[in-house]
Design a protein around this ligand. Structure first.
Ligand code: HEC
Ligand code: HEC
Ligand code: HEC
Ligand code: HEC
Ligand code: HEC
Ligand code: HEC
Ligand code: HEC
Ligand code: HEC
Ligand code: HEC
Ligand code: HEC
Length: 481
């Protein structure tokens, strides 16, 4: 206190006696706040209820209750809380029991729109949709999960596998804890004594000579690129299957011949076209029989177009054959034609079916040449694999900055079909690491969780209006059941 304000007569430095100044009986007096406390809290509650009711009923803007909007894919149902919140919020229960497994959104709510099929017939342990797919996180991706959602089982898989149930994979159960050298096993393919079971003979080294190989009639030296034969599928994920017509025919056409002497004239011109036109290679599901059928058709057409080759002194079929009338000349002609075609076939087939320059250039015969049913050879099924690592997903396009051989090491030097040219896990782990300055290494980057076959079935039964309300319609209300 400033000396100028002091009472000079006072004993104390303070303006009043202490008991006067302190109002010692203050707690006996009636106080404004105390009297109204009860009333105020009831009032606040009533106001709160009114605001909630107004928000819920009056404005329909329920976003006020959300921490953040739902994920991008669910925006159309963002305002329909009941689409997912089909039962009361369980927050209190969760906090009370300190139990993260209590969820306020049941699986059935999600399954109105998605089957969310199970992961594996043999899995043991409780899984809830919303323990993996977290909502109200704004733009974060619903299906981009931490690896903890997988390693909760996979780090100790034996404990989470029901050995009594039949499995679709018969393999060793191996634990996976992270995408690191120690945490993730080498791809099983390499452990089983890797072998490519394809049967079509192919030598990468001979086709990928650095100086090129002769192509076309001019035999221009051309350096082949990998994508000359390996084309990306439409989704940019895997390589399309090797196809003879697209990838081999240009350099290895199936040529055939036409025996006989053809003096200058139309028949000779036609002959030149005939021998220059390669045969069709069997399509998927066809056999050598399709080659024989094409040969027969082409020989017959030739004989009919040029009957002079039959040696009958005829030039062309009669202009107007009398219907029903069979003349000896016709019969003789048909017989001659048949014999000529048979002779052509007898000569054309061995170079195709028996010589090393024919089908055997690429294929292995499974029949004995001395004992072919119907005289036709059968060949080992090509068995060129379309997928090598079927328990994972991959996308070639995402890696297009790399040279193919960074992953498929030694492909251009490979000489045998049986060689496996697949990457080892070490190649991936140079970029995919569980740290911030690397490509993603969470399990869902390379694996699917839901059984893809079951997930693809179409069970939708909403009308567009019902979809926006997010309510399950009664069965058979929307047409299909
Ligand atoms: C696409 C489905 C979906 C929609 C639509 C949705 N939510 Fe949620 N909400 C969830 C999920 C999932 C959780 C997390 C539940 C859990 O972990 O138990 C959640 C949690 C909550 C929580 C936290 C309470 C708790 O128990 O965890 C609140 C509050 C909430 N939502 C409010 C709303 C409101 C208000 C709306 C409507 C405007 C809404 N939500 C719409 C899926 C949804
Ligand atoms: C009213 C229908 C509806 C409900 C209810 C619903 N979803 Fe969806 N969900 C959709 C639609 C539509 C899409 C976008 C198309 C798609 O991927 O199937 C989608 C997409 C997804 C995706 C794919 C996300 C992505 O990034 O591709 C996941 C995961 C998902 N929902 C999980 C859930 C979960 C978990 C629940 C329950 C909390 C749920 N959904 C409830 C309609 C619904
Ligand atoms: C252990 C974690 C986990 C659980 C539990 C889980 N999911 Fe998923 N879900 C994933 C992962 C990982 C993906 C992304 C990879 C994939 O497609 O399998 C995914 C993808 C999806 C997709 C998008 C797939 C597509 O093909 O469109 C939908 C929809 C979905 N889940 C719904 C559900 C529903 C519904 C449930 C509950 C019945 C559920 N999930 C339970 C991990 C989980
Ligand atoms: C509830 C336990 C459980 C959870 C959670 C789980 N898995 Fe599995 N998973 C299994 C079981 C059990 C098997 C089958 C093991 C066997 O029979 O060889 C399996 C098999 C697999 C396989 C190999 C076989 C196949 O069919 O492709 C992959 C890959 C896989 N899980 C990935 C994942 C990923 C990715 C996640 C997380 C999104 C995940 N798992 C979460 C239990 C689980
Ligand atoms: C002239 C066509 C052709 C060219 C060019 C070609 N390939 Fe192939 N490739 C094939 C054929 C045919 C097969 C199937 C037979 C086999 O497995 O050898 C194959 C198989 C493969 C396979 C899977 C088989 C396995 O054993 O792993 C890989 C990987 C592959 N090639 C990589 C390459 C790469 C990398 C290049 C470029 C350096 C390349 N190929 C160039 C024709 C070709
Ligand atoms: C661009 C032209 C070209 C294409 C396309 C081509 N090849 Fe070849 N192929 C050649 C040449 C040239 C040789 C001879 C190479 C040598 O002997 O040095 C050859 C040789 C071969 C050989 C014999 C190799 C050996 O070990 O002697 C086989 C088998 C073969 N190719 C199969 C195929 C198959 C299967 C395809 C389609 C997937 C194919 N080729 C596509 C040009 C091609
Ligand atoms: C230059 C190599 C080459 C020659 C020569 C060749 N093929 Fe093939 N053949 C292939 C390749 C590559 C495939 C697998 C891709 C495809 O079906 O186009 C195949 C596939 C096949 C198939 C299996 C079709 C299916 O169902 O998938 C048959 C059958 C067949 N060839 C028969 C023949 C016959 C008969 C000949 C001789 C007239 C022949 N091939 C000559 C390369 C060749
Ligand atoms: C980042 C590594 C990587 C690069 C780069 C890469 N591949 Fe692959 N490739 C793979 C993996 C992983 C698979 C196994 C995919 C599967 O079937 O699961 C594969 C599979 C293949 C197959 C077998 C068919 C298939 O799609 O499964 C062929 C053929 C092939 N690759 C050729 C090529 C060619 C040609 C290039 C360059 C244009 C290339 N790859 C670049 C990793 C790579
Ligand atoms: C960068 C890609 C990548 C990542 C990240 C990844 N994996 Fe894999 N994983 C693969 C490939 C490729 C295979 C071989 C698939 C095959 O053989 O068909 C595989 C195989 C597996 C298998 C089968 C093992 C066996 O018995 O053959 C399981 C289980 C598995 N992974 C689980 C996981 C889990 C859990 C995570 C997360 C911690 C994970 N993976 C992360 C690429 C990956
Ligand atoms: C040179 C680095 C590099 C190598 C080597 C590499 N990756 Fe990747 N990969 C990436 C990048 C970068 C992405 C995209 C960014 C991301 O998803 O983190 C990616 C994405 C992926 C994806 C997701 C693809 C998509 O777009 O859906 C898969 C699956 C994958 N890689 C598997 C593999 C496998 C399996 C191998 C080994 C055979 C491999 N990667 C090797 C860099 C690499």
């Amino acid at each position: 206190m400033l000396p100028s304000l002091r009472d000079p007569k006072a004993r104390s430095e303070y303006p009043k006696e202490l008991p006067v100044w302190l109002e010692l009986d203050y707690f006996r007096r009636s106080r404004f706040l105390r009297t109204w406390r009860g009333g105020l809290s009831w009032g606040a509650l009533a106001l709160g209820v009114a605001v909630v009711a107004w928000l819920l009923g009056g404005t329909r803007d329920r976003r006020a209750f959300q921490a953040a909007p739902v994920s991008r894919v669910h925006r159309p149902i963002n305002d329909d809380c009941l689409a997912c919140h089909t039962r009361g919020f369980e927050t209190a229960k969760r906090l009370w029991r300190n139990d993260a497994a209590t969820h306020s959104v049941p699986d059935t709510a999600c399954q109105q729109c998605h089957p969310g099929s199970i992961h594996h017939a043999r899995e043991l342990g409780e899984t809830h949709c919303v323990s993996c797919h977290r909502e109200h996180r704004g733009e974060s991706l619903l299906a981009q999960l931490d690896q903890g959602t997988c390693t909760s089982c996979h780090a100790d898989l034996t404990a989470h596998t029901a050995s009594a149930k039949a499995s679709d994979v018969e393999r060793l159960i191996r634990n996976v804890s992270a995408f690191t050298t120690k945490g993730h096993p080498e791809f099983a393919l390499w452990e089983a004594g890797a072998q490519d079971d394809g049967t079509v003979r192919f030598n990468h080294r001979k086709h990928l000579r650095p100086g090129g190989i002769p192509v076309g009639e001019t035999r221009t030296m051309t350096v082949l690129a990998c994508d000359r034969c390996h084309e990306l599928d439409q989704g940019g994920r895997y390589m399309r299957p090797i196809d003879y017509s697209r990838h081999c025919r240009e350099c290895h056409p199936l040529q055939t011949g036409l025996a006989g002497d053809f003096p200058d004239g139309p028949a000779r011109q036609e002959w030149a076209v005939f021998v220059a036109t390669p045969l069709q290679h069997p399509n998927r599901g066809e056999t050598a029989a399709s080659v024989r059928a094409e040969l027969r058709e082409r020989f017959t057409a030739f004989a009919q177009g040029h009957p002079e080759v039959l040696g009958l002194g005829l030039s062309a079929p009669p202009a107007r054959p009398v219907p029903g009338a069979r003349r000896p000349a016709d019969e003789q002609r048909a017989e001659k034609e048949w014999a000529w075609v048979a002779e052509q076939l007898r000569r054309a087939e061995p170079p195709l079916f028996d010589s090393k320059a024919g089908c055997l250039y690429c294929h292995t015969e499974t029949t004995k040449p001395s004992d072919r049913p119907g005289g036709l050879p059968a060949y080992a099924a090509p068995a060129i694999k379309e997928r090598w690592l079927p328990h994972s997903v991959f996308k070639h396009e995402t890696h297009r900055a790399l040279d193919c051989e960074q992953c498929h090491a030694g492909a251009s030097k490979s000489e045998q079909t049986s060689a496996v040219l697949m990457p080892r896990i070490a190649a991936c782990q140079q970029c995919h690491k569980p740290d911030a300055s690397a490509a993603r290494a969470d399990c869902a980057e390379c694996h699917v969780y839901h059984n893809p076959v079951a997930e693809r079935s179409w069970k939708g039964r909403f009308t567009i209006e019902q979809f926006f309300q997010g309510h399950a319609p009664p069965r058979n209300a929307a047409g299909s059941k």
